[in-house]
Design a protein. Structure first.
Length: 149
């Protein structure tokens, strides 16, 4: 029951964010949105996708993820094996995604969602932490192959 409720909550939240995307992009381009940055990734169908996502930071690095499991963009990122992160008003930085498995690094990233995502995201992730731990998909952003960090 709790899993279904968490799934529905996150689906509704992300549906609302898709509707608000044009307004969020204006706000992002004008003043920024906290930890939100642009991800560019080639889709499995070959199209370039651009999404605004919350970038998470821990002592171990930079991370992106989805609290409700595999989403189209996480599947695209895993399949592409690379992406670009765009900080507002900066050149894109290429990275290689490394899928996190259960363990201390993934747990630190999940905990970072509670404090680093803008309201109400952090609060929702904190309240739904059991669901996020069970279903969330998170990637560490490493330098492209052959580059030192």
């Amino acid at each position: 029951m709790l899993v279904a409720m968490g799934d529905l909550l996150f689906r509704g939240l992300y549906r609302m964010l898709r509707i608000l995307d044009p307004l969020l992009r204006v706000a992002y381009g004008t003043a920024g949105l906290g930890n939100v940055h642009e991800l560019r990734v080639r889709s499995r169908r070959g199209r370039l996708r651009s999404l605004l996502l919350g970038l998470l930071r821990t002592d171990d690095g930079l991370y992106l993820g989805h609290p409700n499991g595999w989403a189209p963009w996480t599947r695209d990122l895993a399949a592409a094996g690379r992406g670009e992160l765009v900080w507002r008003d900066h050149e894109p930085v290429e990275f290689r995604p490394v899928l996190l498995v259960d363990g201390p690094e993934r747990e630190a990233v999940i905990r970072a969602t509670w404090s680093q995502h803008p309201f109400p995201g952090g609060l929702i992730y904190s309240v739904m932490r059991r669901h996020v731990r069970r279903h969330g998909v998170y990637f560490r952003l490493d330098p492209p192959h052959g580059e030192a960090s």
